[in-house]
Design a protein around this ligand. Structure first.
Ligand SMILES: *Cc1c(COP(=O)(O)O)cnc(C)c1O
Length: 408
């Protein structure tokens, strides 16, 4: 007799479109940092659905908010106001110092809005020749044609007839940005730490230099905080660390704690870039999504998750540094900020191929770039859970290290 999970996997193979390559596990429920599959096997979740489930699975306060809001009001369209969208916009702006919020449903949509904002801003000023965007190699901004045009991985762009006018330069390379700058540049867009690209931090002073270059050339400076925002790096926004103010930012992932919600936050300077009728979203700003995000923000405050991300992240980095020292044939470095941390494997290892070995130990991690094992746990994770994850990873890495030594 096939197990419940095998039965579901059989249907999945036939019926789900084949654009993903999921592990053969079907999850049916979660609690905190634990997930349970259709055969009721437990996994420790240290990736939080790619940095999404910031307050863990089935957080009681979040569940209560969603149930209550669903029973009150779910959707009204943007032809009217709703109380939750107004409150969320106000809350996000008060926390970050931005002036206004455009609410949407995903990171892709938030970045698409940034791109349209930048081009429409200069169009509105009569500077129609200013439409080029500078983005970075290995950047990830999403998969719609606009967002993917800024994404820096050629494989994600090939074959789609992606619209152009985006120049990609090496991340962290100020000189390359300087060279790519010109009077036709509308904006520079960057992630504070490249998440998908390999948990790759920028060199100190990089963002201050970008801000200065944008000011000098009259271009907008845009930041994609989709993965790094909402406390992930031990600050509410990762860029707070650099003391630099972008003209607009994109948020999503952790903002909804698992519910699809995104936002573009803007400064006064670009308040007139997208006048009525130029941009919108049917679902964007719906009261259910906004109430959910408000609840996530309250939990982040109540449980001091931003500060927690900093201290627990530091502990995690120390544990991974130890792995690097202990198994130098398999591990090259540990890096990251707060609870966005990566273990860089030695050349020749493929992170995606190592993940099933870690899963066999009952721990869920994800890859970033080709060689990085990424930790992006729920912010509610405990140090004991992080230690459990690292212990599982240690067993896997020890075997890889021994195999590499044997081969040498
Ligand atoms: C995940 C991600 C996106 C895309 O977000 P979606 O919600 O998948 O559309 C954009 N930018 C960054 C930095 C991301 O990590």
């Amino acid at each position: 007799m096939p197990s419940p999970q095998e039965e579901l996997l059989e249907i999945a193979k036939r019926r789900l479109y084949g654009n993903y390559r999921p592990a053969p596990v079907v999850f049916v429920r979660g609690q905190g940092c634990e997930l349970f599959d259709a055969n009721d096997q437990r996994y420790l979740d240290l990736c939080a659905g790619v940095a999404v489930c910031s307050v863990g699975h089935a957080h009681p306060a979040l569940v209560k908010t969603i149930a209550e809001q669903a029973g009150r009001l779910m959707h009204v369209s943007n032809y009217f106001y709703n109380d939750q969208a107004i409150r969320l916009a106000d809350e996000l702006c008060r926390r970050t110092g931005f002036a206004q919020a455009f609410l949407c449903n995903s990171g892709t949509e938030a970045n698409e809005a940034l791109l349209k904002l930048a081009r429409r801003h200069f169009y509105g000023l009569g500077q129609t020749g200013r439409a080029r965007v500078i983005a970075f190699d290995n950047a990830f901004h999403g998969r719609s044609l606009g967002a993917v045009s800024m994404t820096g991985t050629p494989k994600y762009r090939e074959g789609f007839g992606v619209p152009g006018n985006v120049t990609h330069v090496p991340y962290g390379d100020v000189e390359a940005v300087k060279k790519a700058m010109g009077p036709d540049v509308a904006a520079v867009i960057a992630e504070p730490i490249q998440g998908e690209g390999g948990v790759f931090p920028a060199p100190a002073g990089f963002f201050a230099s970008l801000r200065a270059l944008c000011d000098e050339h009259g271009a907008l400076f845009l930041i994609d905080e989709v993965q790094t925002g909402i406390g992930r790096t031990g600050r509410f926004l990762a860029l707070e660390k650099d003391g630099v103010r972008p003209d607009a930012i994109a948020l999503a992932k952790g903002l909804g704690g698992g519910f699809p919600v995104g936002a573009m936050l803007t400064t006064e300077k670009v308040a007139n870039a997208l006048p009525p009728g130029t941009h919108g979203s049917t679902f964007g700003g719906n009261p259910l999504a906004c109430a959910t995000a408000l609840s996530v923000l309250r939990i982040v405050d109540d449980e001091k998750l931003v500060e927690g991300a900093r201290t627990k992240g530091a502990a995690l980095l120390r544990m991974l540094d130890e792995l690097v020292r202990e198994f130098p044939n398999a591990c090259e470095a540990a890096r990251g900020e707060g609870l966005l941390v990566g273990l860089l494997l030695r050349e020749g290892f493929v992170a995606r191929d190592v993940l099933p070995l870690i899963q066999r130990e009952g721990v869920l991690l994800i890859a970033a770039g080709d060689r990085v094992i990424r930790f992006a746990p729920p912010l509610v994770v405990t140090e004991a859970q992080l230690a459990e994850g690292v212990a599982a990873l240690r067993r896997v890495v020890a075997a890889l290290d021994a195999a590499r030594r044997g081969a040498a």
